[in-house]
Ligand binder design. Sequence first.
Ligand code: B16
Ligand code: MG
Length: 216
Amino acid sequence: MHKGLLFDLDGVIVDTARYHYLAWKELAQELGIPFTREDNERLKGVSRNRSFEIILEIGNRQMEEAQKEYYCTRKNGIYLEYLQTLSEKDILPGVQEFLEAARAKGYRTALGSASKNAVFILEKLKLSESFDAVIDGNKVSKAKPDPEVFLNGAAALGLAGCDCIVFEDAAAGIKAAHAGGMRAVGIGKPEILSEADYVIRGFEKITIEEIEQEIM
Ligand code: B16
Ligand code: MG
């Protein structure tokens, strides 16, 4: 019997990918690097520093560490400006209801995100109280597909990995869940999330009972 539910943030709870895109696009333009929405797909679930390295690779450019740091800090400033208007209305459909129903059934919940802005985003969404633990980019040293973020999430709930189910929109996150001995529900397209144990389009009309039936 699973007792813990571990949620990724961007692409699962809220769609912040479009703001990441707009912020990176602004910097890429400044640097003369072509950067498309398709390129942005490669940045989902990837850390901020690694995201910038991917953009530099796209532009076939190299940069000193200090300069990379400068651009990453600036990107975050632009991104945070976009997040100012974030509110409960931006919670993806069905997420709040699913969290409430699962917690009412006794499940413990944790967030497992690569984002260093996760606490701020949860506050803007008024969802801080919906998670018993938050493990974000400030608390881990290894990026997904390493299982660190989810194993820390399980530990923060006082549970073993095998007692938890992960909800993830990125293929690397599904791999991370499996590496941590967890089952994984993919959120998105089955062709991208082929390694997931079960794939859903989103939480709209999805019940905790359906997940239990499919995955446990
Ligand atoms: P930040 P997740 C990830 O969130 C995003 O998908 C990814 O695009 C972003 O680069 C990363 O967080 C770091 O975000 O710049 O806010 O620290 O999907 O792991 O919740
Ligand atoms: Mg994600």
